[in-house]
Design a protein around this ligand. Structure first.
Ligand code: SME
Length: 151
């Protein structure tokens, strides 16, 4: 039962992505490392800001995801709108949750900023387990995103 070690992943990602500044290459590499690091992560992916108020699917692992999410829909939209981490222990209790997979029970969505501070994407991790994510995940993932996209 692997459980993510954020310090370890941080070292691996820094080494894998050294010198790379292409955002999609960075997203693809991060998603791959995260998805296989923890049994709680059943869908792991980025939605990119591609137009004002619109998210479009980016690199991901897991079953297929919705292609577009407007900022006023779903947990991803709430994250993009508020630029705050959304930690949702029970997706059925979140008004407007978008169910791409009916097996999803909980999720965490984090804002992704570039070094100028602009919101470029959100990172969405979904779990088939209820209440799967903690504040430690929020902190660990926030640090990883900052180290990878705001450097
Ligand atoms: N659960 C997300 C939608 C994206 S997918 O589940 C892959 C949401 O409500 O924003």
């Amino acid at each position: 039962m692997p459980r993510i070690d954020y310090a370890d992943i941080s070292r691996v990602l820094a080494s894998l992505t050294a010198g790379e500044d292409d955002q999609v290459a960075l997203m693809a590499t991060m998603v791959c490392e995260l998805h296989h690091a923890d049994d709680r992560f059943d869908w792991t992916g980025f939605y990119r800001v591609t137009a004002p108020g619109l998210l479009k699917i980016g690199p991901y692992q897991g079953g297929h995801g919705c292609l577009h999410i407007p900022f006023d829909k779903g947990v991803c939209g709430a994250c993009a709108r508020t630029a705050e981490v959304q930690l949702v222990p029970d997706v059925d209790a979140f008004p407007g949750h978008i169910a791409c997979a009916s097996s999803t029970r909980s999720e965490i969505v984090l804002p992704v900023r570039d070094k100028a501070g602009a919101l470029i994407a959100v990172l969405d991790i979904d779990s088939d387990r209820p209440d799967a994510f903690t504040q430690d995940d929020a902190r660990g993932l926030t640090d990883l995103l900052e180290a990878t996209f705001a450097r």
